[in-house]
Design a binder for this molecule. Structure first.
Ligand SMILES: [Zn+2]
Length: 359
């Protein structure tokens, strides 16, 4: 098959949790968030790029962490370490000063705390003499021409109101830490999420991160719909559904104002806690499109059950050794060889399925 000129892959699901998105433009790659393969404990975008022979140190140009939730950042520092020529981007909800203040607060952290990843990223930035880039609503973060096709990438969020709120919360956290030397629970970062819009000639893609819908024109999706200068008169043909399909990020106006009819949509499941999507979330999505895909079915999320002791004893008496195959993750891949008049091919790889097969 001819090498694709443009590709988007969404990774997630299985018995892991989280998501990562890979975008290829011409010969260069952008990695958005990190998802750990539950079998190998390695970031899936790195495994995939190595498998297809991409030179990580040269061909990955941007790494974007959309927000500091562990289902999106676990492994992001390892990715950055291997991608020597990449620039690092994150939400403007953490400004330079606060980012630096978080540096070094690693001793009391739980394993999944963002500050460990942030400290490592700052070390790498220092060693490469680079700075981190922050993103906010309506900011252009990339533009290039590929065979006279204009490509632009915009951040659609966070809004100024979300940036102000998040910084205030974060400075409270830092004050409390310096008093008590114990990290209080961090503020919920979904509102800080960076949603992205890819504009290629006349077609658009929206990657929704975990951005919520609030009944407030100054933040979340309502802010994008009502105030974004970038989204005026643009409708996306592809949508990475925000927040794993959760109702907190759903509103019919997102579909009516920002997306074409019957768009292709992809999402990852979230297997911790209450788990999303639920049946109602799925119905919400399927009323807008037939082309909805998820990285794994609900049953793929169930962890391998502990074997009964008597069965274990019996197996060892019979000298039977059982290798349990870990559940796979899934990859939803959309690619094209032609940007002027694109025909997209969709591949559902490993455990990825149509959304109506989720339960
Ligand atoms: Zn998430």
């Amino acid at each position: 098959m001819q090498d694709s000129i443009f590709e988007i892959s969404i990774f997630g699901g299985g018995n892991g949790y989280g998501e990562s998105i890979l975008v290829k433009i011409d010969k260069e790659w952008i990695i958005i968030d990190s998802f750990i393969n539950p079998s190998s404990s390695l970031p899936t975008p790195i495994e995939y790029l190595k498998e297809i022979g991409v030179d990580l140190s040269k061909d990955v140009k941007k790494i974007i962490c959309t927000h500091w939730h562990d289902d999106h950042f676990r492994g992001i520092a390892d990715i950055f370490e291997q991608c020597h020529s990449a620039d690092f981007f994150c939400s403007d909800c953490i400004d330079t000063q606060e980012f630096t203040n978080l540096y070094g607060i690693t001793d009391l952290d739980p394993v999944t705390s963002p500050t460990k990843e942030i400290s490592k990223i700052i070390d790498i930035l220092k060693s490469r003499n680079k700075v981190f880039h922050s993103l906010r609503a309506d900011q252009l973060l990339h533009q290039q021409n590929v065979k006279s096709n204009a490509i632009k990438i915009w951040a659609l969020s966070p809004s100024q109101k979300s940036i102000n709120a998040s910084r205030m919360q974060l400075s409270k956290v830092l004050t409390q830490y310096s008093d008590d030397k114990v990290l209080p629970p961090s503020p919920s970062p979904n509102e800080a999420s960076v949603a992205l819009l890819f504009e290629i000639n006349n077609f658009c893609f929206i990657l929704g991160s975990d951005l919520p819908y609030f009944n407030d024109s100054d933040k979340g999706w309502k802010h994008v719909i009502e105030n974004s200068q970038i989204c005026q008169n643009k409708k996306a043909v592809f949508f990475k559904v925000p927040h794993h399909g959760s109702s907190t990020s759903y509103h019919p106006t997102i579909w009516a104002k920002l997306l074409e009819d019957n768009p292709i949509v992809g999402l990852t499941s979230y297997s911790k806690g209450w788990g999303v999507p639920n049946q109602k979330d799925i119905n919400n999505i399927l009323q807008h499109t037939d082309n909805a895909y998820i990285t794994s079915s609900r049953s793929d999320k169930k962890r391998i059950k502990k074997r009964d002791k008597t069965v274990t004893n019996m197996l060892s008496e019979l000298r039977i050794d059982i290798t349990e195959i870990p559940f796979e993750f899934g990859q939803i891949k959309l690619s094209t060889n032609n940007l002027s008049n694109p025909i997209f091919s969709l591949e559902l790889i490993k455990s990825a399925i149509h959304l109506n097969k989720y339960f």
